[in-house]
Ligand binder design. Structure first.
Ligand code: NDP
Ligand code: OXD
Length: 306
């Protein structure tokens, strides 16, 4: 079996070593223009030329959960596209989102500022029952996040295409229930895939449906959020602030207002990193299952876009 590896911004050496160890007998090489045809590809942000030269591929394994960038390319129509299915990302996402929710709920940012100013002052405790956290996207990552938030006894709501039955999580589904979901989400967490249906979904009219003083956490994709609308709604006082891990342009340009905004906390697309060893084990297992003609989890539905 021949495997070609084409991942921008990723050191190939350890991936090749890991894939070779996990798939003894397979020939694993870094793709170069003009390379011989392979059966399977392991990719992140490959150029169009890669697929133009490898039209015979059977399996395309994306070393990330989101496939929005991949699906913009012309892919071999017969190839099965497989994304990472957790592979150690969901626990990281749960940590990140719980940290952001709790930091906001307990006003730890204000306490940090007080401490730096030499102030010993208390704030009135906020009422947990008033802090419903709405999770957009109840897939692999969203469900883990929703369950983790329940451990802290926040009221948790979720919104997805199809309705879900998750203990302790109130499910809203589809466009028909979107506004009802927003109206009761005091904290909004975005974990949707980026598709034509979800691009710009966090914009003035939708964010305006959140209760006054709501807080936004975007950990999915920058293009879900219309950034100037967020700034306008914080300035008007309708939103309390935001924690953002993803941006329309990454790295975030130095002149961007988010860098210095006092009510916006940013991180550099790091909420859930691809973990190499977990990813290699998952990809190798799925490649062998595909070779045996068995079903695998995380197959992308190209029509749906995720
Ligand atoms: P999944 O495919 O497992 O889940 C997607 C969820 O979104 C599903 O619940 C799906 O509904 C729901 N959904 C999709 N389209 C719509 C829609 N139009 N309306 C309502 N709900 C919709 O994805 P993951 O949980 O694995 O990952 C989610 C995203 O997180 C990734 O696509 C990626 O962009 C982002 N991500 C960000 C990272 C970071 O470091 N910042 C790291 C990893 C991922 P249904 O269940 O009904 O199909
Ligand atoms: C992913 C990401 O989609 O890192 O996995 O954003």
């Amino acid at each position: 079996m021949k495997i070609t590896f084409c991942c921008s911004d990723t050191k190939a050496g350890p991936w090749l070593t890991g894939l070779r160890a996990a798939l003894p007998g397979a020939q694993v090489e870094v793709w170069q223009a003009g390379a011989a045809p392979a059966e399977h590809a392991v990719v992140w942000a490959p150029p169009q030329q890669f697929f133009d030269e490898q039209p015979q591929l059977k399996g395309i394994f994306n070393i990330g959960a989101g496939v929005d960038a991949l699906l913009k390319l012309r892919l071999p129509p017969q190839a099965t596209v497989v994304r990472l299915d957790d592979a150690g990302m969901s626990v990281q996402m749960a940590e990140y989102v719980c940290h952001a929710v709790i930091r906001h709920f307990r006003e730890f940012d204000a306490y940090e500022a007080d401490a730096r100013a030499g102030l010993w002052s208390f704030r009135k405790p906020r009422v947990r029952a008033d802090f419903s956290v709405g999770v957009m996207g109840l897939g692999v990552l969203g469900q883990r996040v929703a369950r983790a938030l329940r451990q802290f006894e926040f009221p948790v709501l979720g919104w997805s295409r199809s309705s879900k039955d998750i203990e302790g999580v109130r499910s809203f589904a589809g466009a028909a229930q979107f506004h009802d979901f927003l109206a009761v989400s005091k904290v909004l967490v975005n974990l949707l895939p980026l598709t034509p249906d979800t691009r710009d979904i966090l914009r003035f009219d939708t964010l305006s449906k959140l209760p006054p003083g709501a807080y936004v956490i975007n950990v999915a994709r920058g293009a879900h959020l219309v950034e100037q609308d967020l700034i306008a709604l914080i300035a008007s006082g309708h939103l309390a602030g935001a924690t953002l891990d993803v941006f329309r342009s990454e790295p975030l340009p130095l002149e961007h207002p988010f860098w210095q905004h006092p009510k916006i906390t940013i991180t550099p697309h790091t909420s859930a990193r691809t973990l190499r060893d977990e990813s290699i084990a998952q990809i190798a297992g799925k490649m062998m299952a595909l070779e045996r003609g068995e079903p695998v989890a995380g197959v992308v539905d190209r029509g749906r876009g995720y």
